[in-house]
Design a protein around this ligand. Sequence first.
Ligand SMILES: [Zn+2]
Ligand SMILES: [Zn+2]
Length: 89
Amino acid sequence: MAIETTRAVHGTRSRYVNGPCHCDRCRSANADYQVGARLERRLRLLAGLASPTHGKHSTYVNWGCHCPACTKANSEASHPRGTGPVCDG
Ligand SMILES: [Zn+2]
Ligand SMILES: [Zn+2]
């Protein structure tokens, strides 16, 4: 019996992942999923049900963790050079 995942209709995340199809409808379905997954992770983090590795840019982004370690990792990822003070002018 073949698994018919590739016949999933457009506008679904499974089509985006397994298709793979990156048309507008599938992309937006995937984006919706990502937003939901991120929110769920954030809630689990806030509820103390999850313990992601802190001090990582991905934890800041994916878990919405703004602890000092993750915030620092995020700012370093945004400014990878880390060459010290930079003139704003
Ligand atoms: Zn599609
Ligand atoms: Zn953190």
